[in-house]
Design a protein around this ligand. Structure first.
Ligand code: ADP
Ligand code: MG
Length: 268
């Protein structure tokens, strides 16, 4: 039987908090435990595409063409080195999209319409998780992701200003829920780049848990050099060094994400 499709947007308007790293490694971890995962790269920087080993030359159809209505999502999807994990890559062309869509009445629903056709494409009908890697801004691309998603997963870096900006993001989620996507929820908040030798890191974890309660995943992603090295090899950390603390944390996060949805883990 087909597993229900869940669409998660990885969003935080701050850059460098771990959205892309989480898209790549949570995606790989979900695939490793038996889910069929599609990462949609909605950031013009294309770091998720590069980090998953998709060279620019291989991005013939990108999320730009999909969002502009020039291609279907299925046409953009390419496999990765990870079994059961595919990606719709992005290119810098996405930078121009906002202006191009500005006057169109359906500009916020582009991605949602594209995802509707996903389950009809024979090659993609098995996908059970879509992870959308958002740009570091609350722009039209992120709004499209929130309008298309079942839930938002927010990576927060364990640093002094972690909570700054979260209220604005939560307000945006409320607005999208009210105006565009009534079913949208917050799946959870994942604390990233935790440094056990730094007292501040522990303080940030305590503060964020105090503010957001059990919306915060128990799994905290440690700062780990293997995680930051992996993208330059075009590999997820889980392929680069499965045993490192970062990879192991992403595997735990994947179980938590699945548990939160009351899903029985797929047989791998
Ligand atoms: P965002 O997508 O939110 O801009 P990234 O996922 O690109 O953030 O992460 C920003 C930088 O931090 C990248 O260079 C990435 O390799 C590094 N990074 C992310 N998570 C970790 C981690 N757990 N340990 C070490 N480095 C990390
Ligand atoms: Mg990113």
């Amino acid at each position: 039987m087909r597993r229900p499709l869940r669409v998660l947007a990885l969003a935080n308007q701050k850059g460098g908090v771990g959205k892309t790293t989480t898209a790549i490694n949570l995606g790989t971890a979900l695939a490793a435990i038996g889910e069929d995962v599609l990462v949609i790269d909605l950031d013009p920087q294309g770091n998720a595409s590069t980090g998953l080993g998709i060279d620019r030359a291989k991005r013939r159809v990108s999320t730009y063409e999909v969002m502009a209505g020039e291609a279907s999502l299925a046409q953009a999807v390419v496999p990765t080195a990870v079994p059961r994990l595919s990606i719709a890559p992005s290119t810098m062309d996405l930078l121009g999209l906002e202006l191009e869509l500005a006057t169109l009445p359906d500009r916020a629903h582009r991605l949602r319409s594209m995802l509707k056709s996903l389950t009809q494409a024979p090659s993609l009908s098995k996908i059970s998780y879509v992870l959308i890697d958002c740009p570091p801004s609350l722009n039209l691309l992120t709004i499209n992701a929130l309008a298309a998603a079942d839930a938002v997963l927010v990576p927060l870096q364990c640093e002094f200003f972690a909570l700054e900006g979260l209220s604005q993001l939560l307000r945006t989620v409320e607005q999208v829920r009210g105006a565009l996507n009534p079913k949208l929820t917050i799946q959870g908040i994942v604390l990233t780049m935790f440094d056990p030798r730094n007292n501040l890191s522990a303080q940030v974890v305590a503060d964020v848990r105090g503010f957001m309660g059990d919306k915060v995943y128990e799994t905290v992603i440690p700062r780990n050099v293997r995680i930051s090295e992996a993208p330059s090899h075009g590999k997820p950390a889980l392929l680069y060094d499965l045993k490192c603390a970062g990879s192991q944390a992403y595997l735990r996060l994947a179980s938590e994400v699945i548990q939160r949805e009351g899903r029985v883990p797929a047989a791998a």
